[in-house]
Write a protein that binds this ligand. Structure first.
Ligand SMILES: Cc1cc2nc3c(=O)[nH]c(=O)nc-3n(C[C@H](O)[C@H](O)[C@H](O)COP(=O)(O)OP(=O)(O)OC[C@H]3O[C@@H](n4cnc5c(N)ncnc54)[C@H](O)[C@@H]3O)c2cc1C
Length: 465
């Protein structure tokens, strides 16, 4: 191994572990510091006995061959499942396929609603052709333009309010093109089978991949220090020193950081100028609590994701784990295993309520779903605090200002990943930013901040992810 390089990595999520893997391939031994007791970050698989939880419903989908190859290399082929993507919106007790199919919209929600939706849709398409604009609209304007007011209000307005906890008029829409597919006027079968309709999924949930990476790194003597929250990052005379909450320190020639960008700036020494600290302090996150509920009864829900936009539900999205992998539940168990996702802000009451109080909300949602009568065999609560970097209209400029400050003053500090760059990235882009950051460390002329800036990259037809 090369000895003169001595990199430090903050975070053992997909970005941190990918950076470590790449460094090891280049014969450099990094040290990894992870705040929590596990590897995998948001893409971990919390486990109790034979019960496993995927906190987000992690589809392994990418348009990058580099990442697809890397994923394939991380687990043996028999540990990957091919899962058919089937999502629906649950509206007025009816499952409406998602991505939206025009003929469902006209036929499934009643004739009057269908005709109104169609008229609104055609009008908004016509108007956007007559008056095209280059300006990036708010999410509400984008949604109304894409779907027409009626369908936007039924499917997206309430959902986005519930999940992003903000008025859609105040949210930027740059992520929407990537995440939300337009209405299709042909059914999926008429469109032919598309690679996107099937995704890869590790048999034991997303954390299986990251545990495999950790095991492979251990073979090179790289073992993440768990429960090691990095409390300060100091740069003096070309040397970086990080200090853990327990007072221990470690020094190196560079830092790869996947900790939230806001906290990186808050804990950076020498202290950045006031305006940089103020901008960083304005970067916000949304949290998610995933409640995994194993119902003894068998409910036939033919989808892996069910979005619940209506006010009758407190939950925002329901994962149907049985459609992801039966190995998330104990062998031969035959009930219905669901993951209910509750979106909240770290400052909201919901974030701090006890499991017991949250359990009452879950029971109410299960009753609304029509599954209130079933006994519960097992229940797990998984809290992810920094789940979503919030995409307000100031985000892009704020992040660019911080990026430029860091580039000028600390070129050997490499923010990477979803929270590290405060960018709404999935695993593939978090991993690519890590690979580009390591390449930059070795002198390549690449810009990790350019990963996932293509507004037309259509990812998944998902609303969140
Ligand atoms: C609900 C939900 C659904 C999702 N669905 C998908 C999907 O379908 N497909 C997909 O590919 N991706 C999905 N994602 C996104 C995916 O989880 C992230 O893109 C990915 O985990 C980002 O990796 P990361 O390493 O950048 O960040 P993280 O996973 O957040 O890892 C960062 C790590 O850094 C640690 N850390 C933070 N601060 C410190 C500190 N001060 N000191 C030490 N350690 C620290 C954290 O504990 C964490 O382990 C989803 C995410 C959510 C929340």
């Amino acid at each position: 191994m090369e000895s003169k390089r001595n990199p430090l990595i903050i975070g053992a999520g997909p970005a941190g572990l990918t950076a470590a893997l790449e460094l090891v391939k280049r014969r450099v031994t990094p040290r990894i510091f992870e705040a929590s007791a596990h590897v995998g970050g948001l893409a971990r698989t919390p486990t109790e006995g034979d019960w496993r939880v995927d906190p987000g419903g992690h589809r392994f989908f990418t348009r990058s061959e580099e990442i697809a190859d890397l994923w394939r290399s991380l687990l043996p082929e028999d540990q990957w499942l091919s899962v058919r993507r089937r999502s629906a919106m649950l509206v007025d007790g009816r499952y409406v396929r998602y991505p939206l199919v025009g003929r469902d919209l006209i036929s499934q929600l009643g004739f009057r609603s269908g005709m109104r939706g169609l008229a609104n849709f055609m009008w908004s398409r016509l108007r956007s052709r007559i008056r095209p604009t280059d300006e990036l609209p708010s999410f509400r304007d984008w949604g109304t333009q894409q779907f027409g007011r009626h369908w936007y209000e039924i499917f997206f307005d309430g959902y986005v309010r519930k999940t992003w906890l903000a008025d859609p008029g105040t949210l930027a829409s740059d992520w929407a093109n990537q995440r939300i597919k337009p209405i299709s006027w042909r059914t999926p079968s008429e469109q032919g089978s598309s690679a996107e309709a099937v995704f890869r999924y590790p048999k034991y949930g997303p954390g299986q991949v990251w545990e495999a990476v950790a095991a492979s790194l251990a073979g090179f003597g790289v073992v993440p220090s768990l429960n090691s929250y990095v409390a300060s990052i100091r740069h003096v005379g070309g040397t970086w020193t990080i200090e853990l909450q327990n007072g221990e320190t470690a020094s190196g020639d560079t830092v790869f950081s996947s900790m939230p960008l806001r906290l990186l700036i808050e804990n950076l020494k020498p202290t950045p100028p006031k305006h940089i600290r103020e901008i960083a302090a304005s970067l916000k996150h949304r949290s998610v609590i995933t409640v995994a509920v194993a119902l003894n009864g068998h409910y036939d829900i033919p989808y892996n994701w069910v979005y619940t936009p209506g006010e009758e539900f407190r939950v925002g999205r329901i994962q149907n784990y049985g459609r992801w992998s039966s190995a998330l539940a104990p062998e031969n168990w035959n009930g219905t295993y669901l993951g209910l996702e509750y979106y909240t802000l770290p400052t909201d009451d919901l974030w701090v309520v006890s499991d017991e109080s949250l359990g009452e909300i879950v029971e109410q949602d299960l009753r609304t779903l029509g599954a209130g009568d079933s006994a519960i065999d097992h229940c797990m609560f998984v809290r992810s605090q920094f789940a979503y970097p919030i995409n307000d209209p100031a985000r892009e400029q704020s992040v660019a200002t911080i990026r430029d400050y860091l580039r000028r003053n600390h070129p050997s500090l490499h923010p990477m990943g979803r929270n590290g760059m405060h960018h709404y990235d999935n695993q593939d882009h978090a991993m690519l930013s890590a690979l580009r950051s390591v390449a930059q460390y070795f002198g390549a002329n690449v810009d990790p901040w350019q990963v996932n800036t293509d507004r037309d990259y259509l990812e998944s037809g998902l609303i969140t992810g």
